[in-house]
Ligand binder design. Structure first.
Ligand code: NAD
Length: 262
């Protein structure tokens, strides 16, 4: 029987105040893991934790800005203090900016790098620090199909997601000796708040037009031509966090209905 048992393990999930991060947290909790959430929106982090407690696991939500190293350090410290261990780290917090090369500002580029790349870096390094001595650990980062090739619509977002692929590989190579697996997922198109932001940039308040853009994006990009759901990403992340994935490290798994195949 193929079952994933994460009972009594502790997973830190950043950006789990909503969206894909929350879905990942729910799926990890479903396998028995205790969850520690860090999100820049404190109320969402707390609400998510409350929701997870209903699944009979321990769950804690903290305000944490992933760009602030001391916030991240505090999140790990709290996880260890409250649950006694750290087995899994999922770096899901991220933003996009819907400007192209002609219109994006330097500040917008810097915040993309700060949140998407530096936030992931802090999570990777703290995981290494905590997991090294225990000789075990699973880290999953959030890249994107956008990070796989040139992207005219979201160029600097794509650049940060490409950086995450390489960062994941370097950590995986370094940490293999300590029994820690570093992998990433590259989701395609899921209609979370982030994608709604893209649709608003393309179609404004016109709901019908937004729907048209959404369906056109699916048709143009997804061979399966149907909407992907958050659970599709969560399933992949849970697998990468499982003992069954023990021989997988340094990989970025496309979860995108065939949008990218390498
Ligand atoms: N939705 C998609 O189609 C898609 C596709 C590919 C990759 N992704 C990636 O998946 C991840 C989750 O995205 P989502 O679609 O759920 O978006 P979302 O906007 O719904 O969720 C992002 C979460 O990150 C949090 N966050 C933002 N900045 C933060 C910061 N500085 N510190 C801590 N938390 C912060 C937000 O508060 C939010 O809870 C992101 O890394 C995104 O790039 C999403």
């Amino acid at each position: 029987m193929f079952t994933i048992d994460l009972k009594d393990r502790t997973a830190i999930v950043t950006g789990a105040g909503r969206g894909l991060g929350f879905e990942v947290a729910k799926s990890l909790a479903d396998c028995g893991a205790n969850i520690v959430i860090g999100d820049i929106i404190a109320a969402n982090a707390e609400a998510s934790a409350k929701e997870l407690e209903k699944m009979h696991v321990k769950a804690f939500g903290f305000k944490c800005d992933v760009t602030v190293q001391s916030d991240m350090a505090n999140l790990f410290k709290e996880a260890k203090a409250k649950t006694g261990r750290i087995d899994i780290v999922v770096n899901a917090a991220g933003i996009t900016v819907t400007e192209n090369i002609d219109t994006i500002s330097v500040d917008q580029i810097k915040s993309l790098i700060d949140i998407n790349v530096m936030g992931t870096e802090y999570g990777c390094k703290l995981a290494l620090d905590y997991m090294k001595d225990q000789g075990y650990g699973k880290v999953v980062n959030f890249s994107s199909t956008a990070g796989r090739m040139a992207n005219r619509a979201l160029p600097h977002y794509a650049m940060t997601k490409a950086a995450i692929i390489n960062l994941t590989q370097s950590y995986a190579a370094h940490a293999a000796a300590y029994g820690i697996n570093y992998n990433a997922v590259a989701p395609g198109i899921i209609r979370t708040a982030m994608w709604e932001q893209i649709l608003i940039a393309r179609a404004g308040d016109d709901l019908e037009k937004r729907e048209e853009h959404w369906l056109a994006a699916l048709k143009a990009n997804i061979p399966m031509n149907k909407a992907q759901e958050a659970i599709d990403i969560a399933n992949a992340v849970v697998f990468l966090c499982s003992d069954q994935a023990r021989y997988i490290t340094g990989q970025t798994l496309n979860v995108c209905g065939g949008m990218r195949m390498n």
